[in-house]
Design a binder for this molecule. Structure first.
Ligand code: PPS
Length: 303
């Protein structure tokens, strides 16, 4: 990705704020959901209500740690392959993060704009639906998502750490982490995965067959590329390729963000009791639902 300076500046600024923030002061609650004060403000949420989406905006919706930076990279490569123009990041790509004036500035940006978001379905600005922007929804199994989230907090020196994995797990299960509960996020989306202009993609499927996943993403957003172009993007989007460039693309946090990129890392941290607790929660929230089946929980979350 070219000119990521604004992107890196924003991350560095958030990390600088994080340095002075204790875990006990990290969150503020907006409409019942905890957000990190280092990245979100109530003024920005207020301004977001009036955000005007365009029909050709590319919306990427995911709970944290489900692979949004991976998809962002793929989309910007698709744009480059089709237009021969590097996608510039004039703003930090997470829609709800930044200063309240960002939505005014975004009015000037050329299409297509990439809008990544961790907001729950019912918190998305209404204009996304009204103007029929296409939304790609990325999910990852909840056990690996939790482990990735924990490592991000505890490995990045400037981000407030949890006392232990057990403490993080308790908070994750209660939804007392940034952007709230994984399960609430999932329950909300479950009812909308077959809506017009919505496409579901699973991290684990992408990991299994990256080329096929990129092809599906390209088709959904209407990019018409050759097989060779898709292959090239696929080679540039492997975990190894992205991690190797992560400092260049994401600054100091890069190697922590592109940490391991594996399926099943949860086996290194989950205790038997934690496994049972999450299996039970999954059953309560998603068993028998369309999303429950799409997540392939039996394959990815059972030993
Ligand atoms: N190319 C590729 N292949 C496989 N996995 C990848 C790739 N790029 C990012 N990742 C993994 O995605 C995890 C980070 O998710 P996000 O980008 O959504 O993080 S964030 O919420 O925006 O902070 C994080 O997962 P963990 O490694 O398990 O921590 C990243 O390594």
């Amino acid at each position: 990705m070219a000119n990521k300076s604004k992107f890196i500046d924003y991350i560095d600024e958030a990390l600088e704020k994080s340095k002075e923030t204790a875990l006990s002061h990290l969150f503020f609650t907006h409409q019942g959901i905890p957000y990190p004060i280092t990245m979100c403000t109530s003024e920005t949420f207020q301004a977001l209500d009036n955000f005007e989406a365009r029909s050709n905006d590319i919306v990427l919706a995911s709970y944290p740690k489900c692979g949004s930076n991976w998809i962002l990279h793929i989309i910007s490569e698709l744009i480059f392959a089709e237009s021969n123009k590097k996608y510039e990041y004039p703003e930090f790509p997470i829609l709800e993060c930044g200063d309240p004036e960002k939505y005014q500035r975004m009015k000037q940006f050329p299409s297509p704009r990439i809008l990544a978001t961790h907001l729950h379905y019912d918190k998305l600005p209404g204009s996304i639906f009204k103007n029929k922007a296409k939304i790609l929804v990325i999910f990852r199994n909840p056990k690996d998502t939790a482990v990735s989230f924990f490592h991000f907090h505890n490995d990045v020196p400037d981000i407030p750490s949890y006392g232990s994995w057990d403490e993080f797990f308790r908070q994750f299960m209660k939804g007392q982490v940034s952007w709230g509960s994984y399960f609430d996020f999932a329950i909300n989306w479950n009812k909308h995965l077959d809506d017009e202009n919505v496409k579901f993609i699973l991290y684990e499927d992408l990991k299994k067959n990256l080329t096929a996943g990129i092809k599906q993403i390209a088709e959904f957003f209407g990019f018409s590329l050759t097989g060779e172009q898709i292959q090239t993007i696929s080679a540039q989007s492997t975990f190894q390729a992205m991690r190797a460039k992560s400092q260049e693309t994401h600054g100091a946090v890069g190697p922590f963000l592109f940490r391991k990129g594996e399926v099943g890392d949860w086996k290194n941290l989950f205790s038997e009791t934690q496994n049972q607790e999450m299996d039970e929660k999954f059953k309560q929230c998603l068993a028998g639902t369309s999303l429950g089946a799409k997540l392939k929980y039996e394959s990815y979350c059972h030993p």
